[in-house]
Design a protein around this ligand. Sequence first.
Ligand SMILES: [Zn+2]
Ligand SMILES: [Zn+2]
Length: 442
Amino acid sequence: MTRDELKTRVYEAIDRRSEEIVGLGEQIRRHPELGFKEVRTARLVEETFKKLGLAPRSGLALTGVRADAGGRAGDGPTFAVLGELDALVVAGHPEGDPQTGAAHACGHNAQVAGMLGAAMGLLDANAFDHLAGRVAFFAVPAEEYGDIEWRVAQARAGRLEFLGGKPELLRLGHFEDVDLAMMIHTTSRPEDGKAGVPASNNGCVVKTVRYLGRAAHAGGAPHMGVNALYAAQIGLSAINAIRETFRDEDTIRVHPIITHGGSQVNVIPGEVRIETYVRGRTMEAILDANRKVDRALRAGALALGAKVEIETIPGYMPMTCDPIMAARFKTNAAALVGEEHYRQIGHRTGSTDMGDLSQVMPVLHPYVGGARGTGHGADYEIVDKPLAYLVTAKSLAAMVVDMLADGAAGAREVLRTARPPMTRERYLAFQRGLARREVYEG
Ligand SMILES: [Zn+2]
Ligand SMILES: [Zn+2]
C-alpha cells in the first residue's frame, strides 16, 4: 500500500464520519470554556476517544486529554497531533457564554474536531497496520493567555506553575516521550488562502502592574492623595513614546489594558492594575523592549510619587515551523484545497505556546481557512464547515501517514535534520529565569 493509497482510504473514512466530525466541532463551539476550565470539552474528547477504542488519560495540566495509538508496522518516533480546547472572553460575541463571556472566536473548536476526525479516519481505515511508531492524540488546555488574575491565583495555590497549557504540560513531563508535534489553527484572514504555513510567530512575556498611590477625598482634599490613575496614565504614555525606538524587524507589540482603574469616582484612585504583553520576533528583542517598558512604567510612579509593582511572567516563546514538515503539509493541503488556494504565510506577530514546543522538538503549526470575521472579535464565525473541520482532519491524518509510513521514514528524516534550540531542562530554566517581581517607589 503506497502512502497515497493509504491517504485516499483515510480521506474516505473521514468523509463517512463527516457529519459526526462537524457535529463535534459545532457542539464544542456552542459550549465555549476558558483555559484550564475546559472540563466539558475535555469530557467530550475523553468519551470520543473511548468510543474509538483508545485509552485516554485526562486531567493533564488540569484539563488536557491524551490518547495514544501505536503503529503495528514497527517501532519508531512518537508524533503528537494536538487540538487546543479553550475559548476566550470576547465582549459582545453572539455565541458568548452568558456567565463567563467565553466565545470560540479563534476557532479552537475546529482544531479539536479536526484532531478527533483524524483519529477516526486513521483508525477506521486501519492505517496503523501500515505505520510505525506512535501517534499521541492530544487535546491541550489554555493556549489563549488571558484570565491572568485567576491563573496567578492557581499558581500561588500550587495548582499551576506556568500559565499557558503547553508550557505547563512540558513542565509536568507530558511531552517527555514525544519526538515531534503538530496542530492546525483555523484562520479567518482572506490573505491566508484556504491553507498555508507561517514562517514564524512572535514570542511574548506577560506583565501585571500595580500602581499604588494614596486614596483621598477627590473633591474636598485631593492634595492629600497620590493619584495612582495619573501615575498609570503617565506610565502608559511613556510606553507609547518609546514605540519608535522598537526596530521594525523585531515586530515588537505592547498592548496594555487597565483592569482596575479606581474604587469610586469621588475618591482619588489609590490603586490601579494593568495587564500587558511585550511581544517580539526573538527573545533578545522581547527582553530589550521589556526593559524599556519597565523604565516607562517606573516613570509614571516617579512623576506622582506613587509606588509601582511590576511582575513579569513567562509568556510564550517565538515559534518556527519545521521546513520538512511544512513541505509535506503543503503537498497534502494543496491537493485538498487546490494549489491556487495555498499560501506561504510570512511572520506572524501574534504568539502561541506552540513556540514553546518548538524550542524542544520539531513542530508544525499551519493554518486552514473556513472562518470569517476578526480573530478574537465579536464577528468571528466558522462559515465553511467542510474546510474548517474536514480539511483540517484530513490534513492532520495525511501528515501522520507521511511521518510514520514506510517505517516512519518521514519522521526520522525530520528528526535527523531538526536542531531544536533547547532541551526541556534548559527551556524550563530559561522560562523560570524570566519570572521577575520589582517594586519601585517614585
Ligand atoms: Zn487566539
Ligand atoms: Zn488560537
